[in-house]
Design a protein around this ligand. Structure first.
Ligand SMILES: Cc1cc2nc3c(=O)[nH]c(=O)nc-3n(C[C@H](O)[C@H](O)[C@H](O)COP(=O)(O)OP(=O)(O)OC[C@H]3O[C@@H](n4cnc5c(N)ncnc54)[C@H](O)[C@@H]3O)c2cc1C
Length: 468
């Protein structure tokens, strides 16, 4: 007779799911015990990895063994004071150990040069998210985890006694099946890939937001839906998303244009509509890209700069494009190329230049330089207000592109999914499937929390199953 071992199903092959499956396998192996672990992934092996595969994976740490000072306060500030302190304290406490674990699995870290402006310290895995997927997948397979692709989980099966009993699966060729499980870890990402959920939470224009990477579309809210169907509580800001300005002409993943603070931004009518220099890019990109998509005609805007952009040291770091900007020796020529009314663009630039009266020698792209335009300028420009006078003039078209949503499942420090009366026995979740973000995304924290809480979910689930 074959021996029966407790069964764990992990759903999703991004950072959170892979970390969870590996941590669970290691936890039971370290005790000389065994559980059967299956990792189910909706996409093909070639595409698996959701957002993680396409992410540069900046992590908000000073060094691999240290989180950046002020981590918890910054998270609180980004969330407008709504973030769960103990959840983020757990994240900060576990981050160095988690990074050491990745290093032991062959992932190297560097301190990256990040865009242009000096921001919070960050580390980065060499090879970004695709290296994380590749190395963790190798380790997961070596640890004996059974990985199944083209297997979309579409429901939780509840056994007698209201315990987790398994999951329902729909294969890519439409065959429905069931897999038994004594515990389930949900790591299916956010809901940005589901047009209906996007419309329900962000309004009718939300389903046309560009997805920032090829992997972003696989995250269609499945984990959130199947857990809430069983009474799971939710958390996070259901009106929150991480969205960045990208050039729609590019065929690259995440073709961000982050030089907009150093010029002006106009709408299709050639008019400014916001303070381009209100803060560092990671402080303004979400509200800016969101405004473009939801409030500007045709959901498009144009960053207008002059050739002094090329004099900014390292400016290329802030533009991830495979296409050059539109260029012209005159503003009128530029307007014709991008299709905005030439007279309006000329008026807008003249008004801006007339207000850009500060000493341009103070211009410093690496920090908020305080070079503000005269108060008469509306909307104001609070930093980097340098007149646009040196041809050729440049234009980058900009649209908003979404990376992930904030609303998700309520979980605790053990990555247990919470129901109305406490943790739902045997159900865990990590990564973007969980809520916890409010207001604006704390910079370079999403990947850290996917990995830390993935690891915690794996260990906790192993302990839970071994106690059964
Ligand atoms: C371009 C880009 C840049 C980013 N840059 C950074 C950065 O620098 N720093 C940072 O901290 N964060 C960054 N992020 C965010 C970060 O990458 C994500 O928060 C993180 O990768 C999320 O990991 P996850 O495991 O929760 O989800 P994902 O990596 O998205 O994985 C979810 C997986 O679940 C699978 N899945 C979905 N539904 C089902 C189902 N029903 N059944 C089975 N499988 C399913 C998906 O196919 C996918 O493989 C970036 C994201 C993008 C896209």
């Amino acid at each position: 007779m074959t021996q029966k071992f407790p069964k764990l199903v992990v759903v999703g092959h991004g950072a959170a799911g892979l970390a969870a499956a590996l941590a669970a396998a290691e936890q039971v192996q370290s005790r000389g015990l065994r559980i059967d672990i299956t990792l189910l992934e909706k996409s093909s092996e070639l595409e698996a990895g959701g957002n993680t595969r396409w992410s540069p994976c900046y992590m908000r740490m000073s060094a691999p063994d240290r989180v950046a000072p002020g981590f918890e306060d910054d998270v609180q500030q980004a969330s407008g004071g709504l973030a769960d302190r103990s959840y983020f304290r757990t994240l900060a406490d576990h981050a160095p150990g988690m990074v050491g674990w990745l290093q032991r699995h062959g992932i190297e870290f560097i301190i990256p040069v990040y865009y242009l402006a000096v921001g919070p310290p960050r580390i980065q895995p060499v090879g970004g998210g695709s290296a994380i997927v590749e190395k963790l997948l190798d380790a997961v397979k070596r640890a004996g985890v059974n990985v199944r692709y083209q297997s979309a989980v579409n429901k939780l099966v509840i056994a007698d006694g209201l315990c987790i009993g398994g999951v329902g699966i729909l294969s890519s060729d439409g065959v429905a099946s069931k897999l038994d499980a004594d515990a389930v870890i949900l790591a299916t990402g956010g809901f940005q890939g589901d047009p209906a959920m996007m419309r329900a939470h962000f309004g009718s224009l939300a389903d046309s937001i560009k997805l920032i990477s090829p992997g972003t579309r696989f995250d269609s809210g499945d984990g959130i839906r199947i857990a809430t169907d069983q009474g799971a509580k939710v958390s996070g800001d259901w009106n929150g998303m991480h969205i960045e300005p990208v050039d729609p002409r590019s065929r690259h993943s995440a073709p961000v244009v982050l030089v907009y603070p150093y010029g002006i931004v106009v709408d299709q009518d050639g008019r400014r509509f916001l303070d381009e220099g209100a803060g560092l890019v990671h402080e303004t990109w979400e509200s800016f890209a969101r405004d473009i998509h939801f409030a500007r005609p045709n959901s498009i805007a144009y960053a207008i700069l002059d050739s002094r952009l090329f004099e900014i040291e390292g400016y290329q770091r802030a533009i991830r494009l495979d296409v050059p900007p539109y260029q012209s020796e005159s503003l009128e020529g530029l307007a014709a190329k991008v299709g905005v009314p030439a007279r309006n663009l000329r008026e807008t630039v003249d008004a801006f230049n007339a207000a850009a009266v500060g000493d341009s020698a103070r211009f410093d792209a690496t920090r908020c330089d305080g070079l503000k335009a005269a108060d008469t300028l509306q909307p104001p420009k609070s930093n980097w207000a340098r007149a646009l006078t040196k041809p050729p003039f440049l234009a980058f078209p900009l649209v908003g592109a979404i990376a992930y949503t904030f609303g998700g499942l309520a979980t605790n420090e053990k990555a247990e999914v919470l129901g109305e009366s406490g943790p739902i026995s045997g159900l865990y979740a990590a990564g973007e499937t969980t809520g916890h973000f409010y207001g604006t995304a704390p910079n370079a924290v999403a990947m850290l929390r996917a990995l830390v809480f993935g690891q915690i979910a794996g260990r906790e689930t192993a302990d839970f199953l071994l106690k059964q």
